[in-house]
Design a protein around this ligand. Structure first.
Ligand code: NAG
Ligand code: NAG
Ligand code: NAG
Ligand code: NAG
Ligand code: NAG
Length: 467
């Protein structure tokens, strides 16, 4: 089995508070049964998981529901040290079986090797550069498969001059931890900044309902960025240990376009959803630095050929519109809707100064390829940053450095027939005192899955610097 036991004793929150050795993270909240119509998260009894200090445990989180009888949580720790020989802070992903009484986590053994050598002209060179690769910065699950990526992984290109390119790489755990395969679609012969050398593939990722992987690589082609997709089965078939370059059948990817699109970061965020009314799920790609004026864009890409079907632009320069995207049927009309975050949206405060409040845009799908931007937008009310979303029946929006002491806040907004309610129904505050570094409660969020099988969805909130 590809699991290594990771021992932490977590006798409870009170005791955790006093432990400075551990970084506490990954909180689980459960919804309590509905009173009236609004759902309510039970914030009194969160399950708390923790990981090694300084490992950024909680930077990424997801559910893992491989079979109907058990549920668990996946937690990325991109700065964790591993047993890989001569690799420093390679990063890890932890598997934490869900239970209120025990909060033991195990590292998942996606990759146990150190840096592999590569032979060029009969001379051996270091082929991989896995130290500080941020493995676990992106984590997503689908059934009994887990995708985890290292967007800052580099490799020695097969060029003559010594070149290392941060292409990024991903691994899949398949068949419930029994096999592991690597998927590094940007590790190609088209190297350097002008090609896919700076791709950072896996900076963002998602799965379609039927198990296709979609990756964002915001650094390809002079940071135009790109979106790449292939089915799980084709990735497994193409994997051959020891080969750096693999060719995955039926893989699709967006291509290089005109140089005015350089530095726009397509694929900084990705999501999936059916927007064209056919049988093939489509992709949403955030392009937060699109255009010279940096207004940012979001593309809805055809899931079959990745052509852009719809493009939305941000309304304020530098607002990073598109750095977070999410899809869900907010108004329960059977069609998926789109949420776009602009975390650096500025608003003039009461004292007349511009402050970064952040803004979230809701686009309701009325019919295929026809989305309506709802007004008013959700705008932050205090200087903080909307960073991640997560979709339940309702929507959770986090502000990792929000709140009076920058402890982090998570807002729950209820959906209704015409979009999202303007006022949050619930606000969850980070429970840990802020240190010198903001706590980042809410940096990662996942929801809409039921862990404790009480019939109500649960929410995981990651906090990678809670003390
Ligand atoms: C690890 O690094 C040391 C020092 O650079 C080197 O001597 C040793 O051969 C390396 N081990 C492996 C397995 O690469
Ligand atoms: C989930 O995985 C199991 C075991 O591999 C498989 O039998 C089942 O069809 C999968 N379900 C989906 C929805 O892919
Ligand atoms: C490999 O050999 C070729 C031809 O002899 C030479 O041009 C090239 O520079 C060599 N590459 C490396 C990495 O030494
Ligand atoms: C999946 O793996 C976990 C961890 O090893 C194990 O507890 C669970 O029973 C497995 N599930 C199935 C369906 O094999
Ligand atoms: C999506 O792409 C496929 C294949 O190119 C094409 O047949 C289909 O019409 C496209 N759908 C839309 C809505 O553009």
């Amino acid at each position: 089995m590809g699991l290594e036991r990771f021992r932490v004793k977590t006798p409870g929150i009170g005791a955790l508070l006093a432990r400075s050795l551990l970084c506490i993270i990954g909180l689980l909240f459960t919804f309590s049964p509905p009173v009236c119509e609004a759902f309510n998260l039970d914030v009194e009894n969160p399950a708390v998981y923790s990981g090694p200090e300084g490992s950024y445990f909680g930077y990424a989180v997801d559910f893992y529901l491989a079979d109907s009888s058990s549920a668990s949580v996946l937690i990325g720790a991109p700065k964790a040290n591993t047993r890989q020989v001569n690799v420093t802070e390679g990063g890890a992903v932890f598997y934490c079986p869900w239970s209120l009484s025990q909060t033991d986590c195990h590292t998942i053994e996606f990759d146990t090797e150190g840096d592999r050598p590569v032979t060029l002209n009969e001379t051996q060179y270091q082929g991989d550069f896995k130290s500080h690769q941020w493995f676990g910065a992106t984590v997503r699950s689908h059934n009994d498969t887990i995708l985890a990526c290292a967007p800052l992984y580099s490799w020695r290109t097969e060029k003559d001059a010594r070149l290392t390119d941060p292409t990024g790489t991903c691994y899949l755990s398949i068949y419930n931890f029994t096999r592991f395969v690597e998927y590094a679609p940007c590790r190609t012969e088209i190297s350097t900044e002008e090609g896919q050398g700076y791709c950072q593939g896996g900076f963002s990722a998602d799965f379609t309902t039927d198990g296709k992987v979609v990756l964002g690589g915001p650094g390809s082609y002079y940071w135009q960025g790109q979106v790449i997709s292939a089915s799980k089965e084709d990735i497994i078939k193409a994997y051959y240990p020891g080969y750096f370059i693999q060719s995955v059948e039926r893989q699709i990817q967006t291509k290089q376009i005109r140089s005015v699109h350089d530095d726009s970061y397509q694929g900084y965020s990705v999501a999936v959803g059916e927007f064209s009314g056919d049988q093939v799920e489509d992709f949403v790609a955030g392009v937060p630095k699109k255009q010279k004026m940096l207004y940012g864009s979001v593309y809805i890409l055809n899931g079959t050929d990745l052509s852009t079907m719809i493009e939305y632009n941000g309304e304020q320069m530098g607002s990073y519109f598109g750095s977070a995207v999410a899809t869900a049927d907010i108004n329960s009309d059977g069609m998926v809707d789109l949420l776009v975050g602009a975390p650096m949206f500025m608003v003039r405060g009461s004292d007349g100064r511009l402050e970064e409040m952040g803004r979230v845009y809701v686009y309701l799908q009325r019919s295929p390829l026809d989305l309506e931007l709802r007004q008013p937008h959700l705008t932050g009310t205090q200087s903080n940053t909307f960073l991640d979303f997560c979709l339940l029946v309702d929507v959770a929006i986090s502000c990792p450095y929000g709140g009076e002491d920058q402890q982090g806040l998570v807002y729950i907004f209820n959906g209704y027939s015409d979009g999202l309610r303007e006022k949050p129904s619930q606000v969850i505050t980070g429970q840990w005192a802020a240190g010198t570094i903001p706590a980042s409660f809410g940096f990662s969020l996942r929801g809409a899955k039921d862990l404790d099988m009480n019939g109500y969805p649960d929410l995981i909130v990651g906090c990678f610097w809670c003390q």
